[in-house]
Design a protein around this ligand. Structure first.
Ligand code: AMP
Length: 380
């Protein structure tokens, strides 16, 4: 469905075209019409899903139609966990807001910087993006009032709870008027998030976007047919010849993870294995080095990989396939991001071929296969 069918104003459509947003992402397709109609939303979606625009666009449009609120009485409040996200979200409001005929002023406030300039700049602000702690300070000093808030957004609610903002959030909820629209976004649906959902949302539209669903098309996937004895050399060839600098390699067992990492090191490629048999200290060290770009290859089993939170990985290599197609999608999903698509490579031995077909069928995508038998792996 194109953006023009979602009920957005021609001004926003023009701005979307200028930004090269050609098609709405799934979360936008579902959320934008519902928000315009005044519905509450529970969006289970991660960064990268396009969730910011899914609430920024309809909020801008709705506020156009309303009389400006009293000075220092914001009409839309967006709560976010971090200063970076506050700035990022406000940038999206400014970007699309500047396309509207009536300017609706937005502003971001967060802690860690002096409060006075923020107090001054809150004049005339109608859309406020805030981290909870700083917002409460500003409310207490009467620099801003929440009694006229018509739309409340909680973005990355799970992170806010993880960072211990629960009490502040409750305090903020108590300052809001009863009648308002609530939009809650969270990457996961933990008990805590569910709890907030129950006290906050009224008959919400629930939208669940699997992380992989929207990123899978961004990932360039490739498979190499290879004989078992050439697997190690092929892996090293791909890393060295391809100039890969940050690679997550998956194996199916602890034993293989160690073996692959050892062989990489012997061949002058900085590598560590991360798995359940390693001490916590060793795991953390390997992970930190890998994240900092000081370790070229991290060899992991699926179990450990679940706990690896890296924003973007350029390369994922399946040295061995996972048993379940879901795990395959989870593995490769670590590399797709809107701004920088990644690459996922699978090494397929004759005995894996049937299983790889099943994975591809489940995923709904066919992977380009290359026969590695003609590659000269001598010296790798
Ligand atoms: P978000 O999940 O809101 O952080 O958005 C992730 C990235 O996707 C941002 O860089 C947006 O600019 C971009 N984006 C969001 N929606 C679209 C779209 N419909 N088409 C193209 N890019 C988009």
């Amino acid at each position: 469905m194109p953006f023009t069918k979602l009920g957005l104003s021609p001004f926003l459509i023009k701005a979307l075209t200028a930004q090269k947003y050609e098609q709405p992402y799934p979360i936008q397709e579902a959320a934008i019409p519902a928000i315009l109609k005044g519905k509450d939303i529970l969006g289970i979606a991660q960064t990268g899903s396009g969730k910011t625009a899914s609430y920024v666009l309809p909020i801008l449009q709705k506020l156009q139609k309303q009389a400006p609120s009293k000075n220092r009485h914001v009409a839309a409040l967006i709560l976010v966990p971090t200063r970076e996200l506050a700035i990022q979200v406000n940038d999206v409001f400014s970007l699309f807001g500047s396309a509207m005929p009536e300017r609706v002023k937005s502003f971001a406030v967060y802690g860690g910087v002096s409060i006075n300039p923020q107090m001054i700049k809150l004049q005339g602000v109608e859309i406020l993006v805030a981290t909870p702690g700083r917002l409460i300070e500003l409310v207490e000093s009467k620099a801003v009032h929440l009694s006229d808030v018509k739309i409340l957004v909680l973005d990355e609610a799970d992170k806010m709870l993880n960072l211990g903002f629960r009490e502040e959030m409750n305090r903020i909820f108590s300052l809001l008027p009863k009648k308002r629209q609530n939009l809650l976004f969270s990457a996961t649906l933990s008990d805590d998030v569910n709890n907030i959902n129950e006290i906050l949302l009224h008959d919400p539209l629930t939208i669940k976007i699997e992380a992989e669903e929207n990123t899978i098309d961004l990932i360039s996937q490739l498979g190499y047919f290879v004989s078992p004895e050439r697997k190690g050399p092929l892996l090293r060839y791909l890393i060295k010849h391809g100039g890969m600098q940050q690679v997550l390699v998956f194996t199916s067992s602890v034993f293989q993870a160690d073996l692959v990492a050892d062989k990489l090191r012997i061949n002058d490629i900085k590598a560590s294995a991360i798995h359940s048999k390693k001490s916590q200290g060793a795991r953390e060290e390997a992970l930190n080095k890998f994240k900092a770009g000081k370790l070229r290859v991290l060899v992991a089993t699926d179990l450990m990989a679940r706990g690896i939170d890296i924003k973007f990985l350029p390369h994922v290599i399946n040295y061995e396939l996972p048993r379940s197609p879901k795990d395959y999608i989870h593995r490769i999903g670590r590399t797709g991001r809107a701004e920088s698509p990644g690459e996922a490579i699978s090494l397929i031995c004759p005995e894996d071929q049937h299983h790889f077909k099943i994975i591809q069928k489940k995923m709904g995508k066919w992977v380009t296969m290359i026969d590695s038998k003609d590659l000269d792996l001598h010296g790798y």
